[in-house]
Design a protein around this ligand. Sequence first.
Ligand code: CTP
Length: 475
Amino acid sequence: MVDIPCTDKELFLLKKIASAAEELSVEAYLIGGFVRDKIIGRPTKDADIVCMGDGIALAYKVAERFNPKPTVAFFKTFGTAQIKIKDFEIEFVGARKESYNYNSRKPEVMPGSLEDDQNRRDFTINALAISLNKENFGKLIDPFGGLLHIEQQNIQTPLDPLQTFSDDPLRMMRAIRFATQLGFTIHAETFQAIIDNARRIKIVSQERITDELNKIMLAPKPSIGLDLLSKSGLLNIIFPQMMTLHGAENVEGLGHKDNFYHTLQVIDNICETTDDLWLRWAALLHDIGKPATKRFEPGHGFTFHGHEVVGARMVPKIFTQLKLPLNEKMRFVQKLVELHLRPISLTKENITDSAIRRLLFDAGEDIEALMLLCNADITSKNKAKVKRYLQNFEMVRLRLQEVEASDHIRNWQPPVSGELIMQTFGLNPSREVGIIKDAIRNGILDGLIANTYEAAFNFMLEKGAELGLKPINAS
Ligand code: CTP
């Protein structure tokens, strides 16, 4: 049968493709990620078919065999076509040979043999093919030892890695991404070629680079990829701010930890509790303001005062540079970076209800995400210290629950609005309205007055009187 484990449905599809190819008298092969993932046992969502002929014609022939007939989406210039059967995508392309121009990722493409097509692929584990032809249906065609490399958990290029990466520098990011997703090791010669070609990443579009970076961030242990990006020299080019986190320093016996490796640990920690890409980005950026705020205070040690505020201010620039979305996702990351010290600071003092209320108010609906980030941020090597922190932190969690249950501060709006203040005192939008509004909000958060309309209304009248204002309906 087939040399890779397929479901009955997949086998049914592959047989349809095989019979369409036979009718057209073209050889066809299943190739690339589908074959790799089947062997590894990862879920697959799409399949690539390469044929010794016209990929678009084969796609049409395959489509005819289904009822209802799927639409064929094709790109004439690239000679590729796609059909979708239920939620399974199949892409067809004619086997090709490529020759690259030094300054571009766009190759000159010519028809080629299966061997040419396998040669031009990025890694041996991605160059495995399965025959869909009558004489050897299901046979694995593995010219570069891809199967062995899967067993050895090894990523290497089929040809000279310098050539493969120079042809398409995005592959350097892909090598690191696969190493991260699969937990594989990059072969030494292949990794050296990444170091040697790192500068060429500049010819790749930012969108593609960021797409790979996000895939690394979504892997179970992003630290693997981030460390490889750093060691290969790629990180210095694509995200230099991150590199400035490197280095532990020691002066007069007073030191600080290496913020790069601390950050990596925080990301891996948070990945155990969330799949949310943006919370993972918040972990990546939580200490990004540290290098800019680092000071040495003699007798005391290193400080990073205000790094959370500086870091939050850096977020929009980093998102712009990396072409990440400049929307509520960015604001979420920014908010978490800015607030990331708040819960932990509450473990160091007697926690007042007022401090808890303020945290609930500032974090709003993101309080849980913030707590996960803070929990992940506890990475000391001193086990007793970590234990104490985690215990204190549990206390903060309990207090947050208690205060929220009694005061409903999360997603809360003060009971007296700016509108009502203006109506009451006959004011236009002005400084006084802001002063009264802030006073009411702070009064409730500090527990000076109850979180009710009546208390807030009376407090508003009091504050207005202090400012020399009179309610317009008062007799
Ligand atoms: N490929 C390549 N060089 C690239 C991109 C892709 O050689 N820069 C080849 C590889 O053989 C790869 C196949 O094209 O297996 C399909 O590419 P793609 O769908 O991007 O990757 P997959 O390997 O399928 O993996 P994933 O879906 O996780 O990206």
